[in-house]
Ligand binder design. Structure first.
Ligand SMILES: NC(=O)c1ccc[n+]([C@@H]2O[C@H](COP(=O)([O-])OP(=O)(O)OC[C@H]3O[C@@H](n4cnc5c(N)ncnc54)[C@H](O)[C@@H]3O)[C@@H](O)[C@H]2O)c1
Ligand SMILES: N[C@@H](CCC=O)C(=O)O
Length: 546
């Protein structure tokens, strides 16, 4: 091990500037070229990667493209039990060297990874995200380019700050220190389909702290996650530190959770799956060496509250974006809208319907498309069935309500007006382009706050629109636990790393706040060291003396 011959300061960092992809711009041309190049290579073959070596199990699965489901983006090798076992063994073998690497070297690897994401591989990663996860250019830019680079760069900064948190006091002749050890064992990262950046962050956070990570990507994000893995490797993450293990989710994850060296879960996905994994972990407590850290960010049933004093146009446009961008497939997506009757009848309704009518739905590779496909057949059927349930319950479809799954999984942006604020589409996560509106009486603002608070099991994001201060204050106070991310006069999607730490509580997760320092606390195990410089002369304390 080489000596550390200085105290190093991480370079200044900032959010990754976003490209805009306007007509004729160089970035539009570069992205188009990357998409075309990728399309010419389809389908890509993706192996598991264990100890830096590709493993081709021959158990093949496909990642179909949501806008063109007859064709697939990649064929990937699913891990079998032997592959899972060797991935865990290999990670544990890589642990000692990785956790002993000087911090500045680990930091440098992650800073380099950020440069690869924002530079050399930007368009390739975006192309894979667009083709595989159905994002249009802007949605891919904010995810695969900007947010992933931000997670990596800010992560380094947060860990630098975490490591600098040291005991406040040293008694005479004593030096106190806190060490932030990696967890004892391996961390299991289980990532969702909808954000390429989240996949990178779920394995990046623990790895940056010296942990070794078993990464099970989401089937519908396999290629983008594989490219992310390759970027980590090119940046210098040693073999075995992150093991890339796609495979049948319940089996692969269960095998990892049932291993005695399982030390932590870093999960993002649905509430249902997270609860199941938590229960599975709990029932294994006797086999583990310690108490595993469990971090999970999960579903949402996010709301906009439009007060009578709001700027109508802003509230309408923000609502259209929040409900329908990326086809409503963000955990933060707007899906229940509470509008005062004075707003609704004096322009909100007309503007909402006229703006939604302008939304272009279709192939996300066409530049003017705002709403692309939903991710797969299961999602398509589920969303359509929610629309049907809303109709059955007396909901009025104001716009949309239909889908077309003949080539891709397209669903029209749908706005439902309900008289029942606790109808099913006001309560349950749909994860599609479906917005349900409840119109409240202006004088029942306070009652509406209670309604918002009590309607759903989630607590992820929410926005309050008002041009007066008092309604903002009142809602913020009454909705204390209804959202982990609250916005004033801004849409409820689009949290930025380092600006709005992200996460919610209640059914929405452990709220450890991705994109902030607090998530890093969860994947270290602090050790206090006290060093004495002055020896004892005798064992008696002064109080023992005659
Ligand atoms: N709060 C957040 O920060 C956040 C961010 C993104 C997505 N999400 C949530 O994620 C969900 C959408 O993503 P998704 O469809 O990929 O979620 P999902 O729960 O279906 O899958 C998430 C991960 O769990 C795995 N998985 C699925 N079933 C499993 C099982 N039985 N055992 C073990 N692993 C299993 C999947 O393969 C995937 O890797 C939504 O509910 C959304 O709100 C939350
Ligand atoms: N961080 C994202 C949501 C991630 C979940 O899908 C946002 O704030 O919109």
């Amino acid at each position: 091990m080489s000596p550390q011959l200085g105290t190093f300061t991480v370079p200044a960092i900032d959010n990754e500037p976003m490209n805009h992809y306007g007509p004729g711009s160089p970035e539009r041309k570069a992205l188009q070229a990357a998409i075309t190049e990728l399309q010419q290579q389809l389908p890509i073959e993706v192996p598991c990667v264990v100890n830096g070596k590709p493993v081709k199990t021959g158990n093949l699965a496909k990642q179909p493209m949501p806008h063109d489901h007859a064709n697939h983006l990649c064929t990937y090798h699913e891990a079998d039990p032997q592959t899972v076992a060797s991935a865990i063994d290999g990670a544990l073998a890589a642990k000692e060297e990785w956790q002993s690497l000087p911090w500045n070297d680990r930091a440098a690897i992650f800073l380099k990874a950020a440069e690869l994401v924002s530079g050399k591989y930007r368009y390739k990663l975006m192309a894979a995200t667009m083709l595989g996860q159905g994002k249009n250019a802007w949605q891919a830019e904010i995810d695969a380019a900007a947010e992933l680079a931000d997670f990596l760069r800010f992560g380094v900064k947060f860990v630098e700050r975490l490591y600098s948190i040291q005991p406040e006091k040293n008694s005479g002749g004593v030096w106190n220190r806190t060490e932030y050890r990696a967890l004892e064992g391996f961390v299991l990262a289980v990532s969702p389909f909808n954000f390429t950046a989240i996949g990178g962050n779920l394995c990046g956070v623990p790895a940056l702290l010296g942990n070794v990570v078993f990464w099970k990507p989401a089937p519908m994000a396999t290629l983008a996650n594989y490219i992310t893995y390759q970027i980590f490797t090119e940046a210098g993450i040693p073999p075995g530190v992150i093991q890339f293990v796609p495979g049948p989710p319940p089996e692969v994850v269960a095998q990892a959770i049932n291993h005695k060296a399982f030390a932590g879960l870093h999960f993002t996905g649905s509430t249902f799956v997270f609860k199941k994994l938590w229960k599975d972990i709990s029932s294994n407590l006797d086999i583990y060496r310690g108490y595993p850290r469990i971090v999970g960010e999960t579903g949402g049933k996010n709301w906009h509250l439009i007060h009578g004093s709001a700027d109508t146009r802003n509230a309408v446009l923000q609502s259209v974006r929040a409900a329908f961008e990326y086809s409503g497939q963000k955990c933060s997506a707007l899906s229940r809208l509470y509008v005062s009757v004075s707003q609704w009848e004096n322009g909100f309704k007309d503007q909402l319907l006229s703006e939604v009518a302008k939304v272009k739905v279709g192939n996300q590779l066409e530049w003017s498309t705002f709403v692309g496909p939903v991710i797969n057949r299961i999602a398509f059927d589920k969303i359509i069935s929610y629309i049907q349930k809303a109709k059955d319950a007396g909901g009025q479809i104001l716009v949309g309500g239909t889908g077309d799954d003949s080539k891709g999984y397209f669903i029209q942006p749908t706005v439902i007006l309900t008289q029942d604020p606790k109808s099913v589409t006001m309560v349950e996560e749909i994860f599609g382009p479906v917005l349900t509106v409840y119109v409240y009486r202006d004088e029942e603002y306070e009652k509406t706050l209670k309604l918002i608070d009590e309607t759903s099991a989630y607590g992820l994001t929410g926005s309050i629109f008002s041009n007066s201060r008092a309604p903002l204050i009142q809602a913020t106070h009454k909705l204390l636990n209804a959202a982990g991310n609250v916005y004033y006069n801004e849409k409820c999607t689009g949290a930025v790393v380092g600006q709005q730490p992200f996460g919610g509580s209640r059914g929405s997760g452990t709220n450890d706040k991705a994109g902030s320092m607090s998530i890093f606390y969860r994947f270290v195990n602090a050790r206090s060291i006290k060093e004495g410089f002055v020896g004892l002369d005798g064992f008696n304390y002064p109080s023992n003396l005659e």
